[in-house]
Design a protein around this ligand. Structure first.
Ligand code: NOJ
Ligand code: CA
Length: 666
């Protein structure tokens, strides 16, 4: 590689540069303005909201051989705008409006066309880099220089940067105390009280962007890309467009949740036959392994046996669920944490996959495949196509993947190598009509618009952490919707009813449980567990407890009535880390989920989101606020209309869930 290091910053002052005002693009409603500044040798951007600086002039560019326009490069500007409505096959909202104004600044010389494209939306801004370098096949990116210099002090909510894992606790930090962070990186400015979140959109062939302190300016962060083992960040083609660098902006914290900007920055759907892509509710053999009462490996406590599978399928059929997942169905689990060799086709001898697949099909239930890779990507990729073809032949339409283990070869999960792998799985799955639920994934950047078989993913501390660590607090659960969930759906696997693990503990002799949570429990009320089915959006939504803990439990009626295929969603109220109220509609039913932090809370919620011409039966699943006993669930029903107000009372770490089922239309 050419040792010379160049940067787009190094672009010499370009013809129209120094003394003319910086070109600006304004959001359609005019309140967000983004300017591109090239003065002297610098290329930068600035963001103003309501006439006040949010992002002070912040550097743009790369350290990359071949991305250097000549000093006499010609600068041109192009402006565009769009206002369209598009539909997705599933999602928080099926109908989405995409409205923005765009400005592209292009520097052209004999061997390079280098563009910074900016879009200003009413709910944020985005920019990306595009280039076409002639006389070369590829460009090697050593570093990205994009800066986010905050004009005023702000509070932030984020997880630390880690190129291998997002399963971290949130920190609330002043911007100037953040040394590194992953995205979404959510913030609230101190004096202007604006809410925002830095993230990225359309990540396909690049490392993930994390943030690192930039001490050259006050309150500044800069892009820090996940590296390859060689230290190179990315090798991309000579004609390339980077992922978008995004800042969602809102006046209220919930505006960030209600924004579709990340999806809007992705390309339209590339799959033509969508008939096999179906949101669903599922159960499975899963929690028992995390509690230690069952095993993934074959043996006396093996979870994925034919008998257990048939029981789960019967349960799904009888309870209006659509899918079943059996982890530990395939050979190789003995090697997990060792040589990470899994067989993706051969079932354990006590799991009769053919008859289970037939039984599931006969009962109208979707059987899932599960692929834990342990991070052994070369072996997984070698059989990917044949394994997926095999699942397809069994009538399977969903695969849950897992990467619990370091990647072979020293690659980071979130490096360009990892991003390419995750995308290869999505596209291979699409060819075999498989939906994907990825654990230990690359973060979501809206690619579900383009690849709607990429249904859901983990990418944060999910339910499993409650089994073998100090667990997830209610404060964590009140932060999740404003940070991780801004990126897209999450397979948190909510809904543990036996919050004190009574059944598992009664079974003590069989427990292999020695984690810090061995004597503890789920850190919320049961009502909150139910509410999480609404709050934590996933088109594949799991009832994660042992099915025997649902049998006969009145609270499970909520999940029977629930529909994972929603049409409309709105975060009605919330404060980051404190509380959240979410409403969703699926066909003519509405669902509401509310959750509080460690404080009891009462909230009045106007039901004006309901259809004005319909009367509904509201079934309320509430905490017992008097006793504050987290195991106590109060269920009541009443008739409501859109003119009513619901008073939601929540115990500490509690919540409330409500179904609204139409009785009559006026
Ligand atoms: C971690 C995943 O998050 C979890 O859901 C799964 O059960 C285990 N890995 C085993 O694959
Ligand atoms: Ca995990």
């Amino acid at each position: 590689m050419n040792k010379a290091i160049f940067t787009a910053l190094g672009v010499a002052a370009i013809a129209a540069g120094c003394n003319t005002p910086a070109p600006v693009v304004k959001s359609p409603d005019g309140h967000i303005e983004v300017s591109l500044i090239h003065t002297g040798a610098t290329l930068a951007y600035e963001v103003n909201v309501d006439g006040r600086q949010l992002i002070a002039p912040s550097r743009l560019g790369f350290v990359a051989d071949g991305l250097v326009p000549a000093p006499d490069a010609r600068m041109s500007l192009a402006f565009a705008e769009a206002d369209t409505v598009w539909h997705q096959p599933w999602g928080e909202n099926k109908e989405i409006r995409d409205r923005y104004k765009e400005m592209a600044m292009t520097l052209t010389d004999d061997s390079l066309v280098f563009t910074v494209r900016v879009r200003a939306f009413d709910d944020g801004m985005a920019l990306r880099y595009e280039w076409e370098a002639s006389g070369r096949d590829s460009v090697t990116v050593m570093d990205e220089l994009t800066q986010f210099a905050f004009a005023e002090s702000a509070t932030s909510w984020s997880i630390p940067a880690d190129f291998d894992s997002y399963e971290k606790e949130y920190r609330t930090l002043p911007i100037d105390s953040v040394s590194d962070a992953n995205t979404p990186f959510t913030f609230m400015t101190d004096s202007t009280r604006l809410f925002g979140s830095i993230h990225e959109a359309a990540l396909y062939d690049f490392p993930e962007m994390t943030l690192r302190v930039d001490s050259s300016m006050p309150r500044a962060l800069r892009a820090a890309l996940a590296p390859m083992p060689s230290g190179v960040k990315a090798v991309v083609s000579a004609r390339f467009a980077t992922p978008w660098r995004t800042i969602q902006i809102g006046r209220k914290a919930v505006d960030l949740i209600n924004s579709a900007m990340i999806l809007n920055l992705n390309e339209p759907c590339k799959i033509t036959d969508l008939s096999w892509i179906k949101p669903q509710k599922y159960v499975g053999v899963w929690w028992g392994m995390h509690l230690g009462t069952q095993t993934w490996t074959m043996g006396p406590r093996h979870g994925a046996t034919t008998t257990n599978a048939i029981r789960c399928i019967d349960f799904a059929r009888d309870n209006n669920l659509q899918g079943v997942l059996f982890e530990g169905w395939n050979e190789g689990w003995e090697n997990w944490g060792g040589n990470q060799h899994f067989d993706y086709i051969k079932a354990y001898a006590d799991f009769d996959i053919d008859s289970i697949a037939r039984y599931a099909q006969a009962n109208g239930i979707e059987l899932w495949a599960h692929n834990e890779t342990g991070g052994n990507i070369p072996e997984y990729e070698a059989v990917l196509d044949s394994a997926f073809a095999y699942y397809q032949s069994l009538g399977i339409h969903t695969v849950k993947t897992g990467y619990a283990g370091g990647f072979k070869g020293g690659y980071y999960h979130h490096s360009q190598y990892g991003v390419r792998h995750y995308q290869k799985v999505v596209e291979t799955a699409a060819r075999h009509q498989l939906m994907v639920d990825a654990h230990e994934p690359i973060k979501e950047t809206g690619i579900r618009r383009t690849w709607p078989n990429m249904m859901t993913r983990e990418g944060a501390r999910g339910m499993e952490w409650n089994a073998w660590s100090a667990g997830n607090t209610a404060d964590y659960l009140c932060t999740l919707p404003f940070v991780r969930m801004l990126s897209g759906p999450m397979d948190y696997t909510p809904g543990i009813f036996d919050i004190n693990y009574r059944r598992a503990k009664a079974d003590k002799g069989r427990l292999e449980w020695n984690g810090p949570n061995a004597d503890c429990c789920i850190k919320t009320t049961i009502a909150r567990q139910i509410a999480n089915w609404v709050i934590i959006y996933s088109p594949l939504q799991m009832a994660s407890d042992l099915i025997e803990n649902y049998e006969g439990h009145p609270g499970f009626q909520f999940f029977r009535d629930f529909d994972a295929d929603c049409d409309w969603s709105e975060a009605l109220a919330g404060e980051i880390g404190r509380y959240i109220v979410m409403a969703r509609r699926a066909d003519d039913r509405y669902f509401l989920g509310a959750g509080t932090d460690s404080s009891a809370r009462e909230l009045d919620v106007a039901l004006s989101f309901l259809d004005p011409d319909t009367t509904y039966t509201a079934t309320v699943y509430a905490d017992d606020t008097e006793s504050a006993d987290p195991e106590k669930l109060l269920i009541s029903t009443c008739e409501v209309t859109s003119a009513d107000t619901l008073t939601i009372s929540m115990a500490p770490a509690g919540g409330q869930a409500v179904t609204f089922i139409p009785i009559s239309r006026r």
